[in-house]
Every structure is written in structure tokens, then in C-alpha cells.
Design a protein around this ligand. Structure first.
Ligand SMILES: Cc1cc2nc3c(=O)[nH]c(=O)nc-3n(C[C@H](O)[C@H](O)[C@H](O)COP(=O)(O)OP(=O)(O)OC[C@H]3O[C@@H](n4cnc5c(N)ncnc54)[C@H](O)[C@@H]3O)c2cc1C
Length: 382
């Protein structure tokens, strides 16, 4: 038996659900039959998404906590950074899944399918082969990572953003919930780019993560030892309860995911290169890419047209090269980045919105032999 759709979205994750939600709110797609297919029913809180944005946002209904100040710590500097017109917001994935699914479930033209896609036979009407059933669709949005990513890794730079975090609760007030810690480099693992990240939800509850931006990964106890050390030495906390744990490994890479779009299949999310190579953030990029993709469809263009700006891909490539070849420089890079630039320029740069004059200010703050070497390595591909 075949189920037939105008659009089939593979993956009910961040990208698939943001795309479905935006399609559901646009009268242009009212008569389109849209299916979302995923083997997971998304009933667990498997992630915490955080991002910065200006003013009100589309997902404020599910925002757990908002901060207006960021902290940065290293062995040599300690910064408190007012975010000015920006704020930093956190969403628990489970709240996002439930909120989105509730809105989609009342739409007659949307259906959720519990199945795992095995392959796509592409054609004018593509056949999507699942474990349980086959489906056909005029166009497929696919959030699976292309298999070539693992196969061709040696040709590209890959930095693992890997981390483990504990959501902990204490009996007595232990945190200052007015500011979150973007990076604390006082607990570095050997000479690597590794830091503590803290989201204090209240005086007694915080998510504390030990994060690496490295070409290698580590054993689970390395993260746990660092979190314990941080709790003990930086915060003087001895008694606490672990409410939840979070682990992740986000690819920070210059792999060209966009080469894997075809006429009838558009790659989305991590599989479409929507995670920013130099930061691992994707929540806001997903929102922008979904908007661009839908605007393209409505104006008769291929969905993935003009999705990325080349100059930012080039900057990401250089930054990844530095982190890959001289990983110990991470702390210096981020010290300079956060202390020499305004919040506005930094966020606009990371959001890929800066003009060349602003890019130059960022480059000036990071000017060093490491970046010059990486620039030439990227340019001449060695
Ligand atoms: C623990 C963690 C924390 C993160 N925190 C942040 C953050 O704070 N801020 C930020 O901007 N980014 C963050 N990221 C990065 C990024 O935002 C997320 O990885 C995001 O979920 C990527 O969206 P996605 O839709 O591509 O993938 P996912 O959300 O992982 O969704 C992919 C979906 O595809 C489904 N799927 C897989 N294979 C198949 C198949 N064969 N058939 C059908 N369905 C399939 C999966 O079940 C899954 O539901 C985080 C990532 C992780 C892992």
C-alpha cells in the first residue's frame, strides 16, 4: 500500500517540525497533503536548545528561560556582557515537540507516520521506502545526514562539538540566575578547546555542561570529572541532585551538505548543512532557512536556492582549520572574540548578517599567525 503526499518530511526533529509548522501557517499550502515520517514519537526531552535573538520570537510560548547577560571566564579574564537588544533563550526540546505537534495535529492536511525511511527512489513522483510501508511524494524534505558525510570525511575538516551536561538541583541557593555562562575555560582538558557552559534556571537549578570543540572525543568520565570539579571549586557546591543528563556530539564541519540536494529531494537540518560550522548552533539558522525555503517554493524557484552566503562558509572553513590544526588556541581565540568586539557585531557576525567592514573588525580582533596559516591552507587546499 502506498500513501501519497505533496510533501513528505523525513524527520520530526528541529528542522522537520519548524518546516511543517511554517507550512501549516501559510494559506498557500492549505490544499497540500503533507506527511511527517519518523520512527521516534519524540516523547522524551532529548535536548535543550538555546539561541540569541532580538526582542520577541516565534517560539516564545515554549521558552523556558531568558537571560540578558552572558559571562565569559578564562584563567586570565572574566567578562560580564550585557546582551543589549539581544537576549539568550532556552527551550526544552520536549516542550517544542509537544507544542508543535499539538498545532499540526488539528490540521487535516498534515499526518504523522511512525516509520523509518530506508531509501528514496527519486523520480518526478518519488518513492520513499520505509521499514513498514512505502510512500510517494512530489517533493521530499530529508533531514537524514547524507551517507557521503562519513565516507568523504578525510577530504573535509570535522570538529566534534561534544558534551555531557547535568541538570542539577541544590537544597540551598547556589546559582545566580541573572546571567548564563557562555564559556568558562578555567577547567580545560589538557591543551584543548574545552569549557564549562552553565544555564542557571533559578538559584537552585542549573544545567552544567562540559563541552569540547576538538578533532577527538573523550571517555564519558572526563566530562563528569570536570563538572564535579567545577561544582566543587567554582561554585562550592557539595550536595546536589542530578535531575536529567544531556549528551551530544554536533558536527562542526565544512562538509558541503548542499551538494546533496536534488530536483525532488531537499536536504534539511543537520543533513542540509543548517548547523553553523563554526558554532554548532542551528536553532535560529533553521528558522531563517525554513523561511527562505518556503519563499523559494512560492516564487517557483528550487527550494534550496540561495540558502547560504559563500563568504561566511569561507570564514567558517578558516576557523575550523585553526581549531583542527591548533586546537590549543581556542581559549585565546574566544578571549579575543568576546573581549574585543561588541555584542551586536559578534551576534550579527555569527548570524551571518554583517557587512564586510564589520567582518574586518572581527578579523582584526583575531589577527594572528594561526589564522594567516589557516587562510593559506584553505585557499591552497593543503
Ligand atoms: C544534545 C544537543 C543539544 C543541542 N543544543 C543546541 C542549542 O542549544 N542550540 C542550537 O542552536 N543547536 C543545538 N544543537 C544542534 C542542533 O540544533 C540540533 O542538533 C537540531 O536538533 C538539529 O535539527 P535536525 O532536525 O537536523 O535534527 P534532529 O532534531 O535530530 O531531528 C532529526 C530527526 O530525524 C529522524 N530520523 C533519523 N533517521 C530517520 C529515518 N531513517 N527515517 C525517518 N526519520 C529519521 C530522527 O528520529 C529525528 O527525530 C544541539 C544538538 C544536540 C544533539
Amino acid at each position: 500500500m502506498q500513501d501519497t503526499f505533496d510533501y513528505l518530511i523525513i524527520g520530526n526533529g528541529l528542522a522537520g517540525l519548524q518546516l511543517a509548522l511554517k507550512l501549516s501557517k501559510d494559506p498557500f499550502f492549505e490544499s497540500y497533503k503533507i506527511g511527517l515520517i519518523d520512527p521516534s514519537d519524540k516523547t522524551e526531552n532529548d535536548k535543550t536548545w538555546s539561541f540569541w535573538e532580538k526582542g520577541e520570537g516565534k517560539f516564545d510560548d515554549v521558552v523556558e528561560k531568558v537571560w540578558h547577560t552572558a559571562k565569559f571566564e578564562s584563567p586570565t579574564i572574566s567578562l560580564r556582557l550585557p546582551l543589549k537588544e539581544y537576549s539568550y533563550k532556552t527551550i526544552r526540546a520536549i516542550d517544542f515537540y509537544n507544542w508543535t505537534k499539538n498545532q499540526l495535529s488539528i490540521k487535516d492536511n498534515f499526518s504523522f507516520i511512525s516509520d523509518s525511511v530506508q531509501t528514496i527512489e527519486e523520480n518526478a513522483i518519488s518513492k520513499v521506502i520505509g521499514l513498514k510501508n512505502n510512500y510517494s511524494a512530489n517533493h521530499v524534505f530529508d533531514s537524514r545526514i547524507p551517507k557521503e558525510f562519513r565516507l568523504h570525511l578525510s577530504k573535509h575538516t570535522l570538529i566534534h562539538q561534544h558534551f555531557k551536561g547535568w541538570l542539577i538541583e541544590t537544597d540551598t541557593p547556589s546559582f545566580q540566575p541573572d546571567a548564563f555562562t557562555m564559556m568558562d575555560y578555567r577547567f580545560q582538558y589538557r591543551d584543548s578547546t574545552s569549557f564549562i557552559y552553565v544555564l542557571p534556571f533559578s538559584e537552585t537549578k542549573a544545567l552544567i555542561e562540559y563541552t569540547f570543540f576538538t578533532p577527538f572525543t573523550v571517555e564519558i568520565q572526563v566530562y563528569e570529572e570536570a563538572i564535579k570539579e567545577y561544582l566543587n571549586q567554582a561554585l562550592n557546591i557539595e550536595a546536589y541532585k542530578i535531575l536529567e543528563t544531556e549528551v551530544g556530539n554536533i558536527p562542526m564541519t565544512d562538509f558541503p551538505f548542499w551538494d546533496y540536494h536534488t530536483k525532488n529531494v531537499t536536504k534539511i537540518g543537520t543533513g542540509g548543512g543548517w548547523i553553523k560550522g563554526s558554532t554548532g548552533y542551528s536553532f535560529k539558522h533553521t528558522e531563517k532557512n525554513v523561511a527562505r525555503l518556503i519563499a523559494n517554493i512560492k516564487s517557483g524557484k528550487p527550494p534550496s536556492k540561495n540558502m547560504f552566503k559563500k563568504k561566511f562558509k569561507f570564514y567558517d572553513k578558516i576557523f575550523l582549520k585553526v581549531l583542527h590544526d591548533e586546537n590549543e588556541k581556542g581559549v585565546w581565540i574566544f578571549e579575543r572574540f568576546y573581549s574585543k568586539n561588541s555584542i551586536r557585531t559578534m551576534f550579527r557576525f555569527l548570524d551571518e548578517e554583517t557587512r564586510f567592514s564589520e567582518d574586518l573588525a572581527i578579523m582584526k580582533s583575531l589577527f594572528s599567525i594561526a589564522f594567516i596559516k589557516a587562510f593559506f591552507k584553505v585557499l591552497f587546499r593543503f
